[in-house]
Write a protein that binds this ligand. Sequence first.
Ligand SMILES: [Zn+2]
Length: 93
Amino acid sequence: MRSRGELMGQAAPARDHLGWWLMIRCGCGYLVDYPVRLLIDHYGPEADLHLISARLRCLNCKERPVSVELVDRPDRRGEGHGGGTPATIKPLP
Ligand SMILES: [Zn+2]
């Protein structure tokens, strides 16, 4: 893992992650998934996911999230049922 100081050096354009969701986890226990497609509607395809995630606030307690990751299928997270493909979760690039 990189240190926080290096976050600005690497861009993660939203357009590279179309079809993914930002999985935003807060210290209060709140977890929300935000479609990258929707972020592109708001911020444009070149918007940096790092910058977007730095602006995000928890909808529940208004604090900054403790982690922001990418997930491809939020509905399948934490499940292994039916032999389907489980969600892939990865950190921001
Ligand atoms: Zn919260």
